[in-house]
Design a protein around this ligand. Sequence first.
Ligand code: CAA
Length: 247
Amino acid sequence: MTKTAVVTGGVGGIGSAICEELARKGFTVVAGYHPAEEDNALKRVKEWQDAGLAISVLPFDVTNFAECAAAAQKIEADYGPVGALVNCAGITRDKTLKKMGEDDWHAVIDVDLNSLFNVTKHYIEGMTERGYGRIVNISSVNGKKGQFGQTNYSAAKAGVHGFTMALAQETARKGVTVNSVSPGYVETSMTGAIPADISTQIIAGIPMGRMAQPDEIAYVVGFLCDERAGYVTGANISVNGGMFTSF
Ligand code: CAA
């Protein structure tokens, strides 16, 4: 196995917690971030250096196939073969369908779903040839249950798990596991943008009565990236405080 990990959306709320979890598990981590997130990335780099964590950052746009290819080449040249890939980059553009513009639809599908193809494509051959890999795709409770105001996001996040199940079958005999994690509402800037009255109603509907902390999601991603989790593939693990249950 190889201990290099790539996390897209790696300087965001959940993504940065995942980078930290993987670094503590002994991975050398590369946190991918959108070029427009430079300030946030520099802030994270400083925090990670101060904490002595082996996490570096690299800008690339997950909606741009060629940029993702160049990033993958650079990462493998600088840090060696990638053993774990976490697709965590995501955005919301919440609007009822009646008010949703074409740009709101395409932006969310591009970042939250098309990115899985753009990024994963550049690691899959190496992983299957080496006979080892861990891929974790971040979906959402709202991809499972749907959410008022999120036709774009719910469609993309449901698609994330479709991609996961199909790729898991393609790689199962090659030592590569592919799983998705569906967080519920997590305390990040994304949920911070929900109007306060709606947020209060949402929390009232969560059996645990609170949002998750990012490290509660990261712990599960870390488990799936562990070498010993080798028989778990094609799974979707909910981490949602009981908000939506299914089997
Ligand atoms: N169910 C049914 N009806 C609802 C409703 C609901 N959940 N919420 C609002 N409505 C009704 C309102 O009562 C209102 O009814 P009337 O027209 O009869 O008065 C109507 O719908 C409002 O419709 P609008 O199109 O005018 O909605 P809006 O512009 O006021 O707000 C919204 C729409 C911006 C999507 C707002 O509802 C919202 O922010 N919702 C939260 C969406 C959400 O949960 N986002 C999650 C973000 S975090 C994330 O995505 C991470 C993750 O993975 C969990």
